[in-house]
Design a protein around this ligand. Structure first.
Ligand code: NAD
Length: 515
């Protein structure tokens, strides 16, 4: 398998390199980019520079695609059982190194160590799912579709596929992508987020340790130019994207204009409808956890609460609970919220809070201007709650992607459903109620792809798919689950005739029909 880079050392080999530059991974070798331009990866709690991400040159990008193209020739013919076995090994290695992965995520992304474990674990579940690929990738068979003729279908890999990642889940999202793709028999070019590439590098190294042959998984770093090169490249057959709408719609348009398959998971504004009959204690706990966990930087963060009728009076209790959360560096024990990713993100969130205040929302809890002792330079924002928010306000229309909970009110359940359905996004929506009838109505009428009933963050496990809808998704085959396998495979049908043919039956030029 050509594992010349194989490492049994305790630190990943790319970390042991003398350079603080993050290497690319091309054809099984970690190589430094020749590019002069690079971006600093910054620890959001301290502002320390962790490493530098190169803006990979076009030649290096082409070399990665060509390594993937070459590896596809033998990888596509490698038995599916062998491919699965590598995933079995990979899941074992991820478990072995989960603490190291989590530490890297906290350093580069800022989330708490516990949350970083969750980031790895939710990705690990996709690897476990890929272990059953032989069954997932099965075709279909109909015997005797015509006399002596059978038709069957097989699901073949596409070839070279590519994935473009966001910053907020540095392990989970790369693991939504390459394990399914390569276990289907494709080869891969991954572009991690330039803000936190470390987890992708560690995962790639583990994949090679698990036996993934050289060139099956390649990594190139960079930003817009490299993404555009991925969209334009004739050898890349499919593109998976997770990130903002601006980038996602651009990538969807540009790559599909080249005839590629694209699955694009994008932004969100997830609502939680609180009915007056809900269990108050459990609901408030769920709202605080789902609104402020990961400092609100989850695409499934429950960032908008719609209080129906009398449940509005629970707002003050929500504020009390949010106040008790501890804001600190993700490495400190008992931290509830770490910093947001960058100074720019912090400024953007500040502006959205301010715009809410200026347009008439009530600031029930202001997390701006908090100072975290020992981490004075960190990009911290404390839990913030805006109340009496209306649908025309900027703080409602924009995805805030920070620890800000926006509260609205509705006089009736129908009005609450209407608020959610008018929002352009459709990633997730939840209802909190003890009424089965209300829950059922919500499930049927709500226009969001992932519905929670007394569950604040209804992200399904990988045997289902991640099913955001409306402006939160472009494409038609979702990430992981059956849809994910369909995305990374194309169907070939074979029609075969095996029978003793009577001689002298003549030639018929009519369209063949079933006999
Ligand atoms: P982002 O769009 O800024 O970056 C994502 C990727 O796209 C990065 O690799 C980046 O280099 C690249 N990119 C950014 N701008 C580009 C451009 N103009 N042209 C080409 N490439 C470009 O997103 P982010 O800030 O890293 O992530 C946060 C966003 O991701 C939020 O909107 C969040 O809701 C979304 N998200 C969605 C899901 C989901 O499954 N729906 C999951 C996680 C995150």
């Amino acid at each position: 398998l050509g594992n010349s880079h194989f490492s049994t050392a305790t630190e990943p080999s790319f970390n042991r390199r003398n350079s603080s530059r993050v290497p690319n991974l091309i054809g099984g070798t970690f190589v430094d980019s020749q590019a002069t331009a690079a971006i600093d990866v910054i620890n959001p709690a301290t502002q320390e520079v962790v490493s530098q991400v190169p803006l990979t040159t076009n030649e290096e990008f082409k070399a990665a695609v060509s390594a993937a193209k070459k590896a596809f020739l033998s990888w596509r013919n490698t038995p599916v059982t062998t491919r699965q076995r590598i995933m079995f090994k990979l899941q074992e290695l991820i478990r072995r190194d989960i603490d190291k992965l989590a530490k890297n995520i906290t350093t580069e992304q800022g989330k708490t160590l516990k949350d970083a474990h969750g980031d790895v674990f939710r990705g690990l579940e996709v690897v476990e799912h890929a272990c059953g690929m032989a069954t997932l990738q099965m075709g279909e068979y109909v015997t005797n579709v015509s006399n002596g003729i059978d038709t069957f279908s097989i699901r073949e890999p596409l070839g070279v596929c590519a994935g473009i990642c966001p910053f907020n889940f540095p392990a989970m999202i790369p693991l939504w992508m390459f394990p399914i793709a390569v276990t289907c028999g494709n080869t891969y070019v991954l572009k991690p987020s330039e803000k936190d590439p470390g987890a992708s590098m560690m995962l790639a190294e583990l994949a090679m340790e698990a036996g993934l042959p050289d060139g099956v998984l390649n990594i190139v770093h960079g930003t817009n130019d490299i993404v555009n090169a991925i969209c334009d490249d004739d050898d890349i057959r499919a593109v998976s994207f997770v990130g903002s709408n601006t980038a996602g719609m651009h990538i969807y348009a540009r790559a599909s204009a080249k005839g590629k398959r694209v699955q694009s998971n994008m932004g969100a504004k997830n609502h939680g409808i609180v009915m007056p009959d809900a269990n108050m204690d459990a609901t408030l706990n769920a709202l605080v956890a789902a609104g402020f966990g990961a400092a609100g930087q989850r695409c499934m963060a429950l960032s908008t609460v719609v209080f129906v009728g009398d449940s509005k009076s629970w707002e003050s209790k929500l504020v009390e609970r949010a106040k008790s959360l501890k804001v600190n560096a993700g490495t400190e024990p008992d931290t509830d919220l770490g910093p947001v990713i960058s100074k720019q993100a912090k400024e953007r969130i500040y502006n959205l809070i301010q715009s809410g205040v200026e347009s008439g929302a009530k600031l029930l809890l202001d997390g701006r201007n908090i100072v975290v002792p020992g981490y004075e330079q960190g990009n911290f924002i404390g839990p913030t709650i805006l109340s009496d928010v209306t649908a025309d306000m900027e703080c409602y229309k924009e995805e805030i992607f920070g620890p800000v909970l926006v509260c609205m009110k509705a006089d009736s359940f129908d009005e609450a459903i209407d608020i959610v359905n008018r929002n352009k996004y459709g990633n997730g929506a939840s209802i909190f109620t003890t009424s089965g009838a209300a829950a059922r109505k919500f499930q049927i009428e709500i226009e969001a792809g992932q519905v929670g009933i007394n569950v604040p963050i209804p992200v399904p496990l990988p045997f289902f798919s991640f099913t955001g809808s409306k402006a939160s998704f472009a494409g038609d085959l979702n990430f992981y689950g059956k849809a994910g396998v369909n995305f990374y495979t194309q169907i070939k049908t074979i029609t075969q005739q095996w029978k003793d043919l009577p001689s002298g039956s003549g030639v018929s030029l009519a369209m063949p029909t079933s006999q």
